[in-house]
Design a protein around this ligand. Structure first.
Ligand code: TYD
Ligand code: MG
Length: 478
């Protein structure tokens, strides 16, 4: 018998080598290589049903290339998850035979989201829910709680084709998948599964990779859509990120403040749709409810106060009206404090520098804090003008006229740059009752804005924009 070969696997990135190194040559981490006896992949180890000996062996069809123009196109059929917010992030629903990874912090609501959609999909197709973390009793209890609130009614809930398997052994999960051949299978979670043939501990990179790969092969073969739950590690990455992200068709993340009730679902990778689409849910006592009008969540709603400004951010194709708050106060430190929640702090530094240089505001002698309402992360530079307006309003103790939104990117020279999807943003602002929009010059959207009942104030520079927004020149000593 051949001597088993040892493999060394990096617990950080999943890279494999035949030789031991102190430092992983792939990701550069130290002391992360662990030894693992090489074993054939789990689904290939198992005995396949053998054909009768005298039956002619079915010759495998060689796959031939063909002209790309002649390749048949099949429209993607998608299975609705029962939740429009989840479907949007998936790109219009779950694609049969696809592999989706759902990541998020423990306790954020991944199991709840998937159990709810499993229940809804099971009314139309067959679904297998594998719980590797909780007992069947625990899942049943949650299911009952969710089922009571199910809009489809008790009869539909009882009739749904939802199978539950509480199991951590990969082999048994694979067997069940093969015998049931469900249209959809949910594995909650991939880190809790383990392959008994591998020596490493459950949740290790080697285990996660092997389990996911074996599940993926079977799912692709029998056209089962597979949803994998993945936990996020302390560093904020999906465990075994490199391994799993390459293997799957889509990576969704579920995030939100554990102290607030709303949850944001995003696609960070999607082979069947756009990324950066946003789905919004709210955690209630009977499961997750969809928030179809999220702008209302991110608006302060209080009386206008100095230091607040409203922007229209775009998450994928979805415009969101969001309130920003700034606090500017005289510093008592040698170097002033800057802190930003919800926008990159470097962006704040840059905007402060532009205001100092081009508006003559001595902001380097002031501390500056900035926060985005509702815990949203706004990365796009279209928020720049709103940030600048909030900072200047706080510095000058001014209140922006109510009903104003600010949209525009700030150049280092103090010029206002155009932003994408302006028409969409204006539409959302108008829908929520805003009446004035300060935007970069040359949008050509004057008539559109007028039709929406919005006064469009176009500006070429930050100075012009602030004068238009505030009605006074903030650079004048007040
Ligand atoms: P869960 O789906 O178990 O999170 P994850 O799978 O991401 O670890 O959600 C757990 C939290 O959600 C828990 O703190 C309780 C809360 N929750 C509700 O508030 N309402 C509900 O109806 C359910 C099912 C859970
Ligand atoms: Mg869970």
């Amino acid at each position: 018998m051949a001597k088993p070969v040892s493999l060394f696997v990096c617990t950080e990135c999943g890279a494999q080598t035949r030789q031991f190194f102190g430092r992983c040559s792939s990701c550069g981490s130290w002391n992360t290589l662990v030894e693992q006896a090489a074993a054939p992949p789990a689904d290939q180890r198992r005995r396949r049903p053998v054909a009768a000996p005298d039956a002619p062996a079915a010759a495998p069809q060689p796959r031939r290339s063909e002209p790309i123009a002649a390749v048949g196109e099949r429209p993607l059929q998608r299975l609705g998850s029962g939740y429009g917010e989840l479907d949007r992030v998936l790109g219009g629903g779950l694609v049969p035979g696809s592999l989706v990874l759902l990541g998020g912090d423990p306790g954020i609501g991944k199991s709840t989201l998937l159990l709810q959609s499993a229940q809804s999909m099971a009314a139309r197709t067959s679904v297998l829910y594998v719980s590797a973390e909780e007992s069947a009793q625990q899942v049943k209890l949650r299911w009952r709680r969710l089922a009571e609130a199910d809009p489809a009614g008790p009869a539909a809930v009882a009739a749904a084709d939802l199978q539950l398997l509480s199991e951590t052994d990969l082999e048994l999960v694979l067997q069940e998948l093969e015998s049931l051949r469900p249209a959809v299978a949910i594995i909650d979670s991939i880190q809790a599964l383990h392959d008994a043939e591998l020596s490493s501990a459950p949740g290790s990179v080697a285990q996660v990779r092997e389990c996911a790969a074996a599940l993926a092969r079977i799912a692709k073969r029998q056209h089962t859509a597979l949803l994998l739950v993945g936990h996020v590690t302390k560093e904020g990455v999906l465990a075994g990120p490199k391994v799993l992200e390459h293997l799957v068709d889509a990576v969704l993340t579920f995030e939100g403040d554990r102290f607030a009730s709303h949850r944001l679902l995003r696609a960070v990778k999607n082979r069947f749709g756009a990324t950066h689409e946003l789905g919004v849910f709210e955690m209630r006592d009977r499961g997750l409810a969809e928030v179809t009008n999220p702008s209302e969540l991110f608006l302060g709603g209080d009386e206008p106060s100095s230091g607040t400004a409203t922007i229209v951010a775009c998450e994928g194709t979805r415009p969101l009206v969001v309130e920003l708050q700034a606090l500017v106060s005289t510093t008592s430190y040698a170097s002033p404090r800057r802190s930003a929640t919800g926008i990159p702090v470097n962006r704040l530094h840059q905007i402060l520098a532009v205001l100092e240089k081009h508006m003559g505001l001595p902001l380097s002698r002031f501390d500056c804090y900035l926060a985005v309402a509702g815990g949203l992360e706004v990365e796009e530079p279209a928020a720049d003008l709103g940030v600048a307006a909030a900072v200047v309003a706080s510095y000058r103790d001014l209140t922006l006229p109510p009903g104003t939104v600010l949209i525009g990117e700030l150049g280092l020279g103090g010029q206002l740059r155009p932003v994408s999807q302006l028409e969409l943003r204006l539409g959302e602002a108008a829908r929520l009752g805003f009446t004035r929009a300060v935007v970069p010059r040359g949008s050509g959207l004057g008539p559109v804005a007028a039709g929406l009942g919005l006064q469009l104030l176009e500006a070429a520079t930050i100075a012009q924009a602030l004068v238009a927004a505030l009605g006074v020149n903030p650079a004048d000593d007040g």
